[in-house]
Design a binder for this molecule. Structure first.
Ligand SMILES: O=C(O)CCC(=O)C(=O)O
Length: 263
């Protein structure tokens, strides 16, 4: 449970999230371990792809391939911040690699995330209710800069009833947008966004990889049983090795394990 001190520490971030729809929390993964976490994520993507090719794309949850990274997902400052917006009981809805190779070219593709992504079958219809129903976190495992693909965001759009993917809204998800900016931060920082905020990946003209993982958090009551890579399961033995507070976030994906936390 959050202490008064923890709440006080995150208060500026919570305020920025409510007002601007985003913030960057630095030092979530300590500087002395972020290098090995980055290496795990970069090297495991090939293993994940090979496994999924052999056994099926929805067979094993991505998080099973990155146990070192998983250890950080219940970070106290991060979860205290998220719980201020989603309520105390939260679960992880989606986990995906977001590694941009060197010289990656991209036209913008602005969108909001689940459950507000209008290109997905399972989305809330416009006008979106005035409520936070998802938090998207982008874990910067290499530094994010304006030269290597720092995520495009348009501050304050979490309260805009239009959407870049709204057919009637005339915005166009491939266009540069007024007020857009790139989120930057040192390795180990986390970009936290209200999932409604308009955001897009960016080109990476640099010679290095931009390495990140996206982890989306949802309130306990949101239906997450939608077919796809994110309902893929975690082997019981892998799940057992996660710290207890991380197991709480992923219990709905554990194979052959009786639910304990949510019962
Ligand atoms: O990789 C990025 O910078 C953005 C990723 C993104 O747009 C998303 O995961 O929804």
């Amino acid at each position: 449970m959050e202490t008064d001190n923890a709440l006080e520490t995150v208060e500026p971030y919570v305020r920025q999230l409510r007002e601007e729809g985003w913030c960057v929390l630095d030092g979530v993964i300590p500087a002395d371990v972020v290098g090995e976490v980055r290496e795990e994520v970069e090297t495991s993507e090939a293993d994940y792809n090979a496994f999924s090719k052999e056994h099926g794309r929805w067979e094993r949850n991505v998080i099973s391939f990155m146990p070192k990274f998983a250890e950080h997902l219940a970070n106290d400052r991060l979860l205290t911040t998220i719980r201020q917006l989603l309520g105390t009981q939260v679960r992880i809805s989606q986990t995906e690699y977001k590694i941009r190779p060197p010289h990656y070219e991209l036209v913008r593709a602005y969108h909001s995330d689940f459950p507000y992504d209008l290109n997905q079958k399972w989305h809330i219809s416009q006008p979106f209710p005035s409520a936070v129903i998802g938090i998207t976190t982008l874990w910067m495992l290499s530094e994010f800069t304006t030269e290597n693909g720092g995520t495009w965001i348009v501050p304050k759009t979490h309260i805009d009833l239009r959407n870049p993917r709204g057919k009637e809204d005339g915005i166009g998800d491939r266009n540069p947008l007024d007020g857009e900016m790139q989120a930057i931060g040192s390795a180990g920082s986390v970009l936290i966004m209200d999932s409604r905020i308009w955001h897009s990946n960016a080109e990476n003209p640099s010679a290095g990889k931009r390495t990140a993982v996206v982890v989306r958090y949802a309130p306990w009551w949101l239906n997450l049983e939608l077919f796809g890579v994110n309902t893929a399961t975690i082997p019981g033995e892998t799940f057992d090795k996660f710290p207890e507070d991380v197991r709480l976030l992923y219990e709905h994906r554990a194979e052959s394990r009786e639910p304990t936390v949510w019962i």
